[in-house]
Ligand binder design. Structure first.
Ligand code: PMP
Length: 430
């Protein structure tokens, strides 16, 4: 339905007035066709799960506790699951107590509830640039004013964050919170260095800041290492979001929030207003998985799968990409962030890419301010290893052809090309 023909237009709340499905969404429907190698969706490799074990857990939930599993539950989520999730966090070195958790419908509902809890229209949120598209969606649906702080290979540039904090204070304003994804960031594929985590924690104290720490990927470092969570450094200033989507399965839609008690209480009320309670059925499946199966081994298996896929993608990028294209080098999780010379617009290029049988997500979706036009996210977690090289080759062919066009238009003076050759580019490109 075209917007101007929408007969309900005058009735909507302000918060939905500016919302519309992007044209890119339509292209994604096409990207699901089997002949296309899709680096678009951030989907875990659920085929690497031990399906017989999952089946046994699910069957036992129904057989032994069916009446409870199919009943309503409490708004905060089952205490048994909260206790099991405390162990998952402990495996990563994230301290928490089961009373401080609120179970949510994935990390996405957690972000939405937190936005609802804190954001009035026009409130400022500082966020990494680029940042998670679903985080932008949750925040903008409550009319937040998202201001990006650039990143580089060591994650959020905290010195620039400090500048922003001073500038806001000088205007007599403050950010409601700072939204960060410190581990294997979506979409940038980089992690915040330890020094920067420590500095961020100091800044939180100095500026009386709240931090929203979104952490779906902390257990997916290829070599098994973990870095200290921001929560472990300044617990009273952090609202931490976790999810089982990437370490087990997104289909169970199980995430959680760890928050200081007063915030936790508000979040429970908000989630009861939204959907009463999380599903007992899926909570009990996750509980069964975590208490009766070797889930640490499964996470190891995921890490190996993703490391192989990352190696394949990085190798293929090195072989196939033309000069002037740069990318980040992930040490965990799902994503590579690619920057192309400025004359190329990755939103415009997507239709051509799809007809070349390869798909990605254009960079603009990861910024609230319209930047990112010469960037794209490549997600390597889902396609089979054999198809990854094929997809990168198709993308390489396309970019070679586009660059020829750009050079024909700008000549050798294309500004971005010159900057790359002389190594002047900084940050993650833009
Ligand atoms: N945060 C980030 C950074 C993510 O990448 C995702 C999923 N792609 C989520 C939150 C939400 O995931 P889910 O709702 O499946 O837990």
């Amino acid at each position: 339905m075209r917007l101007e023909t929408d007969p309900y237009l005058t009735r909507y709340a302000q918060r939905v007035q500016g919302m519309s499905a992007s044209e890119i969404r339509a292209l994604f429907a096409v990207a699901a066709r089997p002949e296309i190698v899709s680096f678009a969706g951030g989907m875990p490799a659920t085929s690497a799960l031990d399906m017989e074990a999952v089946e046994a857990v699910a069957a036992r939930v129904i057989r032994e506790t069916g009446a409870t599993a199919l009943q309503y539950g409490g708004g905060q989520g089952r205490p048994e699951l909260r206790r099991a999730l405390v162990e998952v966090m402990d495996h990563q070195g994230v301290p928490a107590h089961a009373d401080d958790l609120v179970i949510t419908v994935g990390g996405q509902q957690a972000l939405e509830l937190i936005a609802k809890c804190f954001i009035d229209p026009g409130d400022i949120v500082l966020a990494e640039g680029p940042t998670y598209v679903g985080g932008i969606g949750a925040l903008t649906s409550h009319q937040a004013d998202i201001r990006h702080v650039p990143m580089d290979a060591d994650g959020l540039q905290v010195d620039l964050l400090e500048e922003r904090l001073h500038a806001l204070a000088a205007e007599g304003r403050r950010a409601k919170f700072v939204y960060v994804i410190p581990n294997h960031q979506n979409p940038a594929g980089v992690s915040m260095s330890i020094e920067r985590r420590l500095r961020l924690a100091e800044l939180a104290d100095e500026h009386d800041l709240l931090i929203l720490e979104d952490d779906p990927y902390g257990l997916l470092t290829f070599n098994g290492d973990t870095l200290p969570s921001i929560r472990s450094l300044v617990p009273s200033r952090v609202i931490y979001v976790g999810t089982m989507s990437k370490t087990f399965a997104p289909g169970v839609r199980t995430g959680w929030i760890v928050a200081p008690r007063p915030i936790r209480d508000k979040l429970v009320l908000l989630r009861e207003a939204a959907d009463l309670c999380p599903s007992n059925l899926t909570q009990m499946v996750v509980e069964g998985w975590l208490t009766s199966q070797p889930w640490r081994e499964q996470i190891k298996r995921f890490r190996e799968v993703y490391r192989d896929k990352a190696d394949t993608m990085l190798g293929a990028l090195g072989d196939e990409m033309p000069d002037g294209v740069t990318w980040t080098v992930p040490v965990g999780a799902f994503y590579v962030w690619l920057t192309v010379p400025r004359g190329i617009d990755t939103s415009d290029l997507l239709a051509k890419a799809i007809s070349n049988r390869v798909a990605y997500v254009p960079g603009r979706g990861f910024y609230a301010d319209g930047s990112g036009g010469n960037q794209m996210r490549l997600c390597f977690s889902y396609p089979e290893v054999e198809r990854i090289a094929e997809g990168v080759q198709r993308l390489g062919e396309l970019l070679h052809a586009e660059l020829e066009l750009v050079t024909a238009v700008y000549g050798d003076d294309a500004p971005q090309l010159r900057a790359r050759r002389t190594g002047q580019a900084s940050g993650l490109g833009g």
